[in-house]
Design a protein around this ligand. Structure first.
Ligand SMILES: Nc1ncnc2c1ncn2[C@@H]1O[C@H](COP(=O)(O)OP(=O)(O)OP(=O)(O)O)[C@@H](O)[C@H]1O
Ligand SMILES: [Mg+2]
Length: 228
């Protein structure tokens, strides 16, 4: 596996938690000491507006159309350790351009039976990109908005396996604090005790997505260490 620099948050379905994950991942990597650029590829620009307040040190770049993505996204990786690209909810051509340029795709998927059935459709463009690029971008599904009683059913695993996709062990639960975070101009771990549980699951998801990228503090010294 090559160096991972460009990470796209991709699902051509709307409202599955892409922007929420994009802003948190950009902020998380920034706090690990990496130089991060957030590429906002959604015309609504909601993630870049949120990120400007939540993590002003992270540069936001607007790449509003497929041509801008295909031309400019690869150049950004020379200016940062990680580029986090937030995709749109409906524009297939924009998603396609992102998946043709990304090193890694995180695919948020609402944890419900309806979404399991829609998984093939939702990951169609991903599969096409992987066909063209010999398996790149590697992809991982992140379950989002998991209800209290939801169990990761065999159906979801089977649907993912059939598509050659892995489902992250850590998912994001349905919590009001995620919905409140953009209005607060913050990420969940800046929202005190209210955000504590959310902060833990976000951290676990990103550590699973990017093994070895979480900064560990050992005897007061900062070091990078693979996370199990
Ligand atoms: N785990 C969660 N629990 C509760 N609410 C959530 C969660 N994740 C996201 N939300 C809320 O759900 C809505 C959709 O999330 P978000 O904007 O991140 O999705 P999106 O995939 O970027 O949507 P779009 O396709 O419109 O860009 C937002 O109001 C967000 O605050
Ligand atoms: Mg969005």
């Amino acid at each position: 596996m090559g160096l991972i620099v460009i990470i796209v948050i991709a699902n051509s379905k709307g409202g599955v938690g892409k922007s929420t994950i994009a802003v948190h991942l950009a902020a998380w990597l920034h706090e690990q000491g990496y130089r991060v650029i957030l590429a906002d590829c959604d015309a609504q620009q909601s993630s870049s507006e949120w990120a400007k307040e939540a993590v002003p040190a992270v540069r936001s770049v607007s790449l509003p159309d497929p041509d801008a993505i295909l031309d400019r996204l690869p150049l950004l990786d020379q200016e940062a350790d990680f580029v986090i690209a937030d995709g749109p909810g409906s524009n297939t051509e924009t998603s396609r351009a992102l998946l043709l340029r990304a090193d890694l795709a995180l695919v948020p998927c609402k944890a419900s039976m309806l979404e399991v059935r829609a998984l093939t459709q939702a990951t169609n463009v991903l599969r096409q990109a992987q066909d063209i690029r010999g398996g790149v971008p590697r992809a991982m599904i992140a379950l989002t908005m998991i209800g209290k009683t939801y169990r990761l059913t065999q159906d979801m695993k089977d649907a993912a396996t059939a598509l050659g996709l892995t489902v992250a062990t850590s998912g994001l639960t349905q919590r009001q604090v995620y919905a409140d975070a953009p209005g607060q101009g913050a990420v969940v771990w800046k929202l005190g005790s209210r955000g504590k549980d959310a902060a833990e699951e976000v951290d676990a998801l990103f550590a699973e997505l990017l093994p070895g990228k979480r900064t560990m503090y050992v005897n007061g010294r900062q070091t990078r260490k693979a996370v199990a």
